[in-house]
Each structure stands twice: as structure tokens, then as C-alpha cells.
Design a protein around this ligand. Structure first.
Ligand code: AMP
Length: 582
């Protein structure tokens, strides 16, 4: 496949404001890929491999400017001037390429495979002399490219290719192109256990549904964690789960996947990011105490006070997270304990289809509580009084409440899914509006008066998993400290879009649109029916959506991606819970 075909489609994807058009362009691009499909799907995501493989380009904007200056015969100052005017290095590179008007050094067009290989070389070049090596590769690409090609190549390198297609959108398109709807669930499950879009694409292109069906948890490959629904009361949970239920403490820490294979141990976050280096104590203790050939466990890491054993709030973990230096000394100060609540694989055998009760038994047989690893405290019961006491005790012990787990033989481990096999219950749920929400910023309204030069309000959206669209839900203008408020224009400067992005569904038109990327935790007073917002449009009431009244910023969630935001379905559930309380 020629790279110019890719650039052409990227340009079309970038300019459309209609989601259907976006997916149809994507479909035609995938259709024409042939043997290049795997490389193409990574490039559509602006990557060379799944994130967890940790491949990074390792070249700064400054060095790109320098390379551009060298290659185009301009001064760095001139290139920087152009960059300031465009606000985007990709467009800058394209303009410079246009202006030198020199025919590409090679006469044939660039192929996709050539570009992919060169980008991989660029990322892999390391050690002494690698800066020059990287700059040389980029300059070669610049000289060999047409203006539109170098625009997208540059954006990929800078991590700024924003085409608005999530992995789930690509998966859907792959299913339409190479498979049948009846396999969609199998394909989705495979992806959730092995979130490598390139791998799934290759298998689908070969029509190898058998291999896809056999994909399960794989030690050292992060999986998408299972999530819980919410209910308003213990009685609702008992009813929903047919009474005999296991209640586990709901720990307030960091979701932690621990994988071991041979002598390798890796830890991943809920966002599939490898965080092994942040847990040296947990890793060395696991190595010392447990001798499995391979294992995958799921749990929550919580900081605690080593003197009293009392659990600390979650914020203490974030202090430790990302502290690359002096972590050992800090980790002694704030030790962590991993509360294990699930197991997905043991010594080569997948346990995801083994019912929850048996998985728990396997955990109990293999883990004795120690300083670093404990099993989640739990109660299996159908006695209201006993359960309520257990719930109260969970709060007393520093937890947020309980997660109820279905004890039937159907209670499998569902990667990446929020379902009724796990249901969370927190004290807050007894209040009118149960929970805070994690919403995505899709636009902003200019500020006036004291807020001149900043934003007066942000337009916030929920994520509709079914349509893969962001749906407007509220206008957020309070809860910001001045410091945060005045830092917003800079935070969003690179996310500005000159038209409504195709995956945004909003009737309200802000002064400026943003590419949906930044997630904020919001607390509100009430969810109401509103004709202005598109969240759950016509789902509750015809020609109306849902809106959040009196929203207030709790915090910016830089640990969450836009697709991890509160879903429209969750908002519908919260709305129903709120009505019930009234
Ligand atoms: P929330 O973040 O409010 O959606 O609640 C779900 C989260 O609770 C999960 O993603 C886990 O990180 C956390 N959690 C704490 N304890 C448990 C438990 N025993 N079982 C499942 N999840 C738990």
C-alpha cells in the first residue's frame, strides 16, 4: 500500500464531522490494506505497537525543528516562527516540504511498509549517537515524502495523530471487513484479554477465528480489568444476585495486575500501563515468597501506616507513583499491601471460566496473608443484619464499601466488561446523587470579566460505548482554583479543533471544540431531563437527553483515558437510582 493513500484517508477522517462517514472512511482504508493491515492499524492509532510494549520515539519537538531546519535549508528561528503560527509541527513540516519544491529523492511513492519500518528504526535507535541517528531518519523521511505524508508522519512521531478512532472503533470496522457480526463478542473478548489491535487484525485478515477464540489471559500481557455495576442498597443486590452473595471489602487504592512467567514479574495499571518500577517492594516480596511457574492475579494496592496497620487514603499512593527517584526510601515510609481478589491464570492454565467461588478457593490455597499480600476480606451471606454489620466494618477499616460478587457457577471473569456479576455499593449511594462521575471535556466557552482570557465553562460529555460517541451532559464552571482555571487554556491548546470532532455528539455549540482526551471527576447535585444535552438522548424521554445540574470539579483524572470515562449507560443507571431515592 502506498503511504499517500493512507495520508489521503487520514485527511478525510480528520475533516469529517460525521461519525458514520468517519467509520466508512476507516472501513475503506482497512479494506485496501492487504498484507500491510497490521502495520496500518498501529499507525491509525499513531503507534508502532501496543502501548504496553513501551516503544517510544524518543525524539523531542525541538529536535524535529532542528531536523526540519537542516533538511529544508531554513534557520531554526524561521521554522519555529512557522510552528508558532500553525500550532502544529505536522502542518509546519508539510509547508516546508511544499516550499522546497524539490522532487522527492526517490521517484516512486513511499510505501506504508517503508514508513513503518523507518519509524521503527527511529524508535529503536538508542545509545551514543542515537540523537543524530533519529534526526537522520526523520530528515530522510522528510526528503522522500510528499507534503501530506510528512504532515502525518510528523504527527505520529510527536504523538499527535488524533483521528478519533478508538481501538473499539477499529475492532468494529475489522469485524465488518473480515468477519461476521456473530463473532463480534468472541473477538471483543479476545481483545480484552490481549489488547493488541495488530494481532487481532492479522488473525481476522486470515479469517482465523479459531485462534481468536482461544485467546485468553497471557502472563506478562496486560488484560482489561473486570468492572462492577452499582446498586442502591444491599437488598437490591440480594435480589439481583439471587441472595447468596459474597461481599468483599472495596479497597480504595490502585487497581493492580500482577503477572509472573518464569523469573519475570510485571505489574500493570488499570490503564494497561506497565508500572512494575513503582512497586519494587511488592515485586521483591513476591519473588521471595511465591514460586509459581506462571500466574496472573488481580487486586488493589493500598498504602498503610506501618505502625498501626491502618489503611491510608488512595492519595498517598499517587504520591508514591511516578516517584522515580528515592522510591525505595519512600516505599518504606508508605508501604503498600496488595489485596488480592482474583486470579486469572495459574501455571499455564486459564482460570477465567472457572467460577468465582473456585477461583477464590485457589487463591486461599496458594496465598497466606503476609506483609505485602493479603486476600480481600469477605463475607458470604444472605443475612441482612450480618451483611450490614460487615458493610459498617468495611467503612471503619478504611474502605469505601463493598463489592458484591455473584457466587453462582456462571460467575466467570469478564475482562473489560462492566456487568452484574460484580456490584459495588458505597455509603454515598444512599445520598440523592450517588456518585461522582468522570466526564470528558469536549469544548469550552470563553470567560468574561474576571475570567477574561481563561474559560468561563467547559462542555463535558459522557461516553456512549454502543455508538462510541461522546455525548454532552453538562456545562462545568465551578470548583476550579484560580491556578487550575488559568492553566486550562494552555492545557487544552493542543487539543483545539476547528470543527466538531466526528465522535462528538452535541447540540450545544461551544466557543471552541476540543479533541476528547482530558477526563475530569465531577460531582453534581442532580441528574435531570434536558432537551439541550445529548447524553442518553430519547432514552428516558423522547427528544430529550440527561443533564447534570450544579456540577463542580473534584479533580482532573490524568490516570484515565477518554474511553474510560463514565458511560452513558452508567448515567442512566444513576438517574434511575436517584429517582428511587426521591
Ligand atoms: P469504581 O472505581 O468506583 O468504579 O469501583 C471499582 C473499583 O473498585 C475496581 O476497579 C477496583 O479498583 C476497586 N476494588 C476495590 N476492592 C475491590 C474488590 N474487592 N473487588 C473488585 N474491585 C475492587
Amino acid at each position: 500500500m502506498q503511504f499517500s493513500e493512507v495520508s489521503k484517508k487520514f485527511m478525510e477522517m480528520e475533516t469529517t464531522t460525521k461519525r458514520l462517514e468517519l467509520t466508512s472512511i476507516l472501513g475503506s482504508l482497512l479494506d485496501g490494506a492487504g498484507d500491510d493491515l497490521k502495520e496500518l492499524v498501529y499507525l491509525i492509532q499513531g503507534k508502532l505497537a501496543p502501548d504496553y510494549e513501551g516503544i517510544e520515539f524518543g525524539i523531542s519537538g525541538k529536535l524535529i525543528v532542528k531536523s526540519l531546519a537542516n533538511a529544508s535549508g531554513q534557520t531554526e528561528e524561521e521554522v519555529n516562527k512557522l510552528f508558532s503560527k500553525n500550532g502544529d509541527l505536522g502542518t509546519t513540516a508539510a509547508e516546508l516540504r511544499e516550499n522546497i519544491r524539490q522532487a522527492p529523492l526517490v521517484s516512486e511513492d513511499l510505501t506504508l511498509h517503508y514508513v513503518y519500518t523507518k519509524l521503527l528504526d527511529l524508535a529503536n535507535s538508542s545509545g551514543p549517537g542515537s540523537v543524530k541517528g533519529k534526526m537522520d531518519i526523520y530528515s530522510d523521511l522528510f526528503m522522500n515524502s510528499k507534503p501530506d505524508d510528512i504532515k502525518y508522519i510528523t504527527r505520529i512521531i510527536m504523538g499527535k495523530l488524533r483521528l478519533g478512532v478508538a481501538d473499539s472503533t477499529i475492532l468494529d470496522s475489522l469485524v465488518s471487513a473480515f468477519s461476521e457480526k456473530k463473532y463480534a463478542e468472541i473477538i471483543d473478548t479476545a481483545y480484552n484479554f490481549h489488547p493488541d489491535i495488530g494481532l487481532i487484525a492479522t488473525l481476522l485478515e486470515k479469517r482465523d477465528i479459531k485462534t481468536i477464540e482461544n485467546i485468553g489471559p497471557e502472563p506478562l500481557v496486560p488484560f482489561k480489568v473486570m468492572l462492577a455495576e452499582r446498586l442502591k442498597s444491599i437488598d437490591d443486590i440480594r435480589e439481583k444476585m439471587n441472595h447468596m452473595v459474597a461481599y468483599e471489602y472495596k479497597y480504595d487504592g490502585l487497581r493492580t495486575e500482577l503477572h509472573k512467567k518464569g523469573d519475570k514479574i510485571k505489574i500493570f495499571s488499570r490503564g494497561l500501563e506497565e508500572t512494575t518500577d513503582n512497586f519494587p517492594d511488592i515485586v521483591s516480596n513476591f519473588k521471595k515468597n511465591y514460586n509459581f511457574d506462571s500466574i496472573i492475579i488481580d487486586g488493589e494496592s493500598v498504602p498503610y501506616n506501618p505502625e498501626t496497620g491502618e489503611l491510608f487514603p488512595f492519595q498517598m499512593v499517587s504520591k508514591r507513583r511516578g516517584r522515580k527517584y528515592g522510591l525505595d526510601e519512600k516505599s518504606l515510609e508508605i508501604p503498600l499491601v496488595m489485596f488480592i481478589f482474583d486470579i486469572l491464570e495459574l501455571n499455564g492454565k486459564s482460570l477465567v471460566n472457572t467460577p468465582y467461588q473456585e477461583r477464590r478457593k485457589i487463591l486461599e490455597e496458594n496465598f497466606k496473608d503476609n506483609e505485602y499480600f493479603r486476600l480481600a476480606t469477605r463475607l458470604v451471606s444472605d443475612d441482612s443484619e450480618e451483611i450490614n454489620k460487615f458493610f459498617e466494618k468495611s467503612i471503619e477499616d478504611g474502605c469505601e464499601g463493598v463489592v458484591a460478587k455473584n457466587t453462582s457457577s456462571e460467575s466467570v471473569y469478564r475482562a473489560g466488561a462492566r456487568g452484574w456479576l460484580w456490584i459495588k455499593f458505597k455509603r454515598d449511594y444512599q445520598k440523592e446523587l450517588a456518585d461522582s462521575m468522570d466526564l470528558v471535556v469536549i469544548g469550552a466557552f470563553n470567560g468574561h470579566g474576571r475570567r477574561a482570557g481563561a474559560y468561563g465553562a467547559l462542555l463535558m460529555a459522557s461516553y456512549n460505548e454502543e455508538t462510541q460517541e461522546y455525548e454532552s451532559f453538562t456545562k462545568l464552571g465551578t470548583g476550579f482554583s484560580d491556578e487550575v482555571l488559568f492553566s486550562l487554556p494552555k492545557m487544552f491548546s493542543e487539543l483545539k479543533e476547528d470543527h466538531k470532532p466526528a465522535m462528538v455528539n452535541s447540540k450545544m455549540i461551544p466557543d471552541v471544540w476540543f479533541y476528547p482526551q482530558i477526563v475530569m471527576e465531577i460531582q453534581g447535585a442532580e441528574i435531570t431531563v434536558s432537551p439541550i444535552h445529548t447524553c442518553a438522548y430519547s432514552k428516558i424521554e423522547k427528544d430529550s437527553g440527561l443533564a447534570l445540574r450544579f456540577p463542580r470539579l473534584v479533580k482532573i483524572r490524568d490516570d484515565k483515558k477518554a474511553e474510560d470515562a463514565t458511560t452513558t449507560n452508567e448515567i442512566i443507571e444513576l438517574y434511575k437510582m436517584q429517582k428511587k431515592t426521591k
